[in-house]
Design a protein around this ligand. Structure first.
Ligand code: SF4
Length: 130
């Protein structure tokens, strides 16, 4: 059985916080926890792709959302994934008041640092699950 934790970011196109969500997930699954986690494309989840549904239905998932609309969390739940942690980029951003976070297409030094912090939080949760 595939025991890798599924880590799903929102699409967040057009928002720097969405970009931070995606980058944090990629850093986690490819650099920090490649053996224990993998990511799944949210668009496939939303459109009901059968292969993706099999991957997440009944499995532990961590979602990472760029705004309060919580698109990743809602859609993973609808598809049958077990959302064991709902990460919100804004929760970490709030701890860094006064910083500028770059643009929807490019992280700057501040958003890179916060993105890395979020990735560390995701990795910590994955290690707890495992
Ligand atoms: S959670 Fe917010 S930023 Fe992310 S895809 Fe949905 S609307 Fe966009």
């Amino acid at each position: 059985m595939d025991k890798k934790v599924k880590v799903v970011p929102c699409s967040g196109i057009g928002k720097v916080y969405g970009l931070m969500a995606r980058e944090a997930v990629l850093k986690t699954v490819f650099e920090l926890c490649p053996e224990k986690s993998e990511t799944v494309c949210l668009a496939y989840i939303v459109t009901g792709d059968k292969e993706v549904k099999v991957k997440i239905e009944g499995f532990d998932c961590i979602t990472v959302d760029g705004c309060p609309k919580m698109c990743a969390s809602k859609n993973v739940s609808i598809a049958g994934g077990i959302v064991v942690e709902e990460m919100k980029v804004l929760d970490t951003v709030k701890e860094h008041k006064g910083k500028k976070f770059g643009s929807p297409t490019q992280l700057n030094a501040d958003s890179e640092a916060v993105m890395s912090e979020i990735a560390e939080k995701i990795a910590k949760k994955i290690n707890e699950i495992n």
